[in-house]
Design a protein around this ligand. Structure first.
Ligand SMILES: [Zn+2]
Length: 449
């Protein structure tokens, strides 16, 4: 949108805006006619990262301040005062965001002085308090180096002193991730070394366009009731991909399976060490992701003719979310017994949630299915036998699905098996003496049932 257009449109209805907490659609609609009150710098798109000519980024209209100044309070306080427009960016492209806060406290904000200097910090839900974001940062913990003061400090106060009653126009650069979709960055103002100021759920949203410039299907926000516990040290990419998986899966259930779950649930994401057997484990109402586990770090289904490792990790999280839904629907009895039913459902729904949102072409799922069918029977039999013998709950399917290095080195057939077999996954290949890799299909069925 050009500035002239924005100004003309905004002149008629600035006074009507009263809230920033309406639904995204309402908010967007309001914002369309209310652009002019934000500075021009808020709509600048960086050309630093060239993109394909077919993809063109755009910045949405800004959201102006409330009609009347907020009440002042003693101490350090901040009130939201408007922001520039949400962005649709081509993969990898950068843009500058502006977020304004009114100093509604009795104390001034002093740049460079610990205990008095104001920042915007990363906050819950995504990426979490003091956690790195895939949308920007300083290069630490996998955050893109977009010039933030720190990976968990989005912007510092823009002037040496922000007096009570003055407005600070925080600015920060965001960079679009490579996987198309809708991404959020929640922020909260704080006085570094003193206290967090008001949290009113402010977030930034970036839609990453498809490489051909088309707009991907909108991804819903995290479902109600979900709590993300992200431990220190988890990388920005992993945090984003867990959220993306949950969002795609819950959106799919809402649209195609009668509604997503709504009960309280916790997703625990941590780096882990060699002691965690599974990358992804659902237990009752919660699941956990161990980012150092090889099944997460190097997911085995990733292949150039199917989809990328990033997309595969999103699918892993979506799969676990489907298990939460199964548990909500049927309790523990849904999670034991005929494991391939719930596993197959989780896998099917998870992949289809990505197809529905355009991350995977439907034809690629067919490619994968056909490849499964072409996989030598001996190979799938071996893995299935291992799975049958393991006796682990179905929700533990996401063990390290690739064989260990030593196992891979010792068996080229095992390597091809685990590189290809998406569903035959639970354990490294068994020792030939106990479960022959040439076991018939019938034994696989018997073992699984
Ligand atoms: Zn599973």
């Amino acid at each position: 949108m050009g500035p002239a257009h924005a100004v003309a449109a905004a002149a008629t209805s600035v006074a009507t805006h009263t809230t920033r907490n309406r639904s995204p659609h309402v908010r967007l609609f309001l914002a369309v006619v209310l652009t002019a009150s934000l500075p021009a710098c808020a709509t600048k798109v960086s050309a630093a990262t060239p993109t394909a000519a077919t993809c063109v980024s755009e910045i949405g209209p800004g959201i102006p301040p409330p009609a009347s100044p907020p009440a002042k309070q003693p101490g350090f306080h901040a009130a939201w005062w408007g922001q520039s427009g949400y962005m649709r960016l081509c993969p990898g492209e950068r843009a500058t965001a502006t977020l304004a806060y009114y100093n509604s406290g009795s104390l001034g904000w002093v740049s460079g002085r610990l205990g008095e200097v104001a920042y915007l910090g990363t906050w819950n839900g995504e990426p979490g308090q003091d956690r790195p974001s895939i949308l920007g940062g300083d290069g630490q913990l996998g955050s893109p180096a977009t010039g933030w003061p720190r990976y968990d400090r989005v912007a510092a106060q823009p002037a040496p002193y922000i007096a009570p009653g003055q407005i600070a126009w925080f600015q920060f650069a965001v960079q679009a991730p490579t996987v198309p979709g809708t991404y959020q960055l929640y922020v909260r103002p704080l006085i570094e070394g003193a206290r967090w100021m008001e949290d009113i759920g402010v977030y930034w949203q970036v839609v990453v366009l498809n490489p051909d410039g088309t707009v991907p299907a909108p991804t819903p926000l995290d479902p109600i009731g979900m709590t993300f516990q992200v431990d220190a040290g988890v990388a920005a990419r992993d945090i984003a991909e867990v959220h993306q998986g949950v969002q795609h899966a819950s959106g799919f259930l809402d649209s195609f399976a009668g509604g997503a779950r709504r009960s309280a649930s916790t997703v625990h994401v941590y780096v882990g060490d060699a002691s965690q057997r599974y990358c992804c484990l659902t237990t009752g109402d919660s699941f956990e992701i161990v980012t150092s586990n090889v099944a997460w770090a190097s997911p085995s289904a990733a292949a150039v003719d199917t989809w990328t490792a990033d997309t595969e990790r999103v699918e892993l999280a979506a799969h676990e979310y489907i298990h939460l839904w199964q548990y909500a629907v049927g309790g523990r009895s849904c999670m034991i017994g005929v494991r391939w039913i719930s596993e197959g459902m989780a896998e099917s729904f998870a992949y289809r949630s990505l197809i529905a949102d355009g991350l995977i072409p439907a034809a690629n799922l067919d490619t994968f299915t056909k490849r499964q069918l072409r996989t030598p029977r001996s190979a799938t039999g071996a893995a299935a036998s291992a799975r049958a013998r393991s006796g682990t709950p179905l929700s533990r399917r996401r063990s390290a699905r690739r064989p260990t290095r030593s196992t891979r080195a010792s068996s080229s057939s095992a390597r091809s098996t685990f590189a290809r077999a998406r569903f035959a996954n639970s354990r490294p290949p068994p020792a030939p003496a106990t479960a022959g890799p040439r076991g018939p299909v019938s034994s696989r069925r018997r073992g699984s049932a």
